[in-house]
Ligand binder design. Structure first.
Ligand code: AHG
Ligand code: MN
Ligand code: MN
Length: 336
């Protein structure tokens, strides 16, 4: 049998070779991965585990919480509270930050997460996931919301799990992107793809086209040219895929290329897009860039955005480099 590399082995070997994953960061990543394993278990139970349907509550963003949103949030909070590696956590499902309770030792990292991404797909048995981001805590043992407001360039690790036909964990610690597949019988994450690279060119795009009438002109122009296909200015046919789970769309893009767009639109000019900067856009942008892709707001690199609020939203264009650069250039041309 060929030797398999587990997540633990990978992290230890990285530290030996590159000194970029100290012991406390490794343990923190392993705890997150273990929590994702527990979430995967509940997801797979479906109707048998009483995890489908609404929890009957709303989160800070005014979205109805599903039972699995609440459960996944609790699993991540509980798993990460006691290990001594964190100063605080922040979650899509919590209005305020969650400092580590005083009964536990505190560490020097901050963990941010979208516990369950793609909530509208839970009940219909389509891929969903968890997204996370790790920052250093600049304020020792007394973190505030302000401590979390760091640009994405400051992330020391980011990843996501996809709960789909296979359960995978995709991770970067700033040295490429690795994908691990959960071996359910053994209970371990096995390294299955090293150094994922997004093809620079693609003929596949992902956007919720039901919002087309609200788009700003650069997005209308870009998507219009794709729709014109062979006969249009691009001289090629493009295919469209939209799963309504960012984790699943980004995972597809990492494997075979593509561009994902969630633009700001004209419905509410004060709301810059739908996705949240700190625990959706930033971790995904870090992963995509580490895999040779690009990620912008249409105007600037996502990782350079200085956050103002914990739950702020941002427009997202990410994936195959040449397409992201093209749609970003259309935004710049529209401003000229
Ligand atoms: P969440 O389930 O955490 O609220 O995130 C859903 C996000 C993202 O995963 C997905 O790409 C997008 O929202 C789906 O948006 P539409 O409802 O417009 O399809
Ligand atoms: Mn989400
Ligand atoms: Mn979510």
């Amino acid at each position: 049998m060929s030797r398999r590399t587990t997540l633990t082995q990978y992290l230890i070997e990285q530290q030996r070779e590159h000194s970029n994953i100290p012991g406390d960061l490794r343990l923190l990543i392993e705890v997150v991965a273990r929590a994702c394993k527990a979430i995967a278990h509940h997801v797979s139970k479906g109707a048998l585990g009483d995890v489908l349907g609404s929890a009957g509550s709303e989160n800070v963003q005014g979205e109805v919480q599903k039972k699995l949103d609440v459960l996944s949030n609790e699993i991540l909070l509980e798993a990460n509270e006691w290990g001594g590696n964190l100063a605080a956590m922040a979650s899509e499902e919590l209005e305020q930050i969650h400092p580590i309770p005083n009964r536990y030792p505190k560490g020097e990292y901050l963990l941010l997460f979208d516990p369950l991404d793609g909530s509208s797909n839970i009940d219909v048995n389509v891929s969903i996931g968890t997204i996370f981001s790790v920052l250093r805590c600049p304020d020792g043992e007394n973190p505030t919301e302000q401590s979390f407001l760091q640009p994405g360039t400051q992330q020391v690790a980011a990843g996501y799990a996809v709960y789909g036909p296979q359960t995978v964990l995709v991770l970067t610690t700033g040295n490429g992107v690795q994908s691990f597949t959960l071996d359910r019988e053994v209970g371990s994450w096995v390294l299955t793809t090293r150094n994922m690279m997004i093809p620079e060119d693609t003929r596949e795009y992902a956007i919720n086209a039901s919002n087309a009438r609200h788009w700003y002109p650069p997005v209308t122009r870009y998507v219009g040219e794709l729709l014109d296909g062979k006969e249009g200015p691009r001289g090629a046919d493009f295919n469209m895929r939209w799963t309504a789970s960012m984790v699943a769309d980004v995972n597809r893009i990492l494997i075979r290329g593509g561009i994902f767009l969630y633009p700001a639109d004209m419905r509410d000019r004060s709301r810059p897009g739908r996705l949240r900067l700190l625990y959706e856009a930033n971790p995904m942008a870090f992963i995509v860039e580490q895999a040779g892709g690009a990620a912008t707001t249409g105007k600037t690199r996502i990782l350079d955005v200085q956050p103002q609020h914990l739950h702020e939203r941002v427009a997202v264009f990410l994936g195959s480099k040449n397409e992201v650069e093209r749609v970003t250039a259309y935004h710049a041309q529209a401003e000229e």
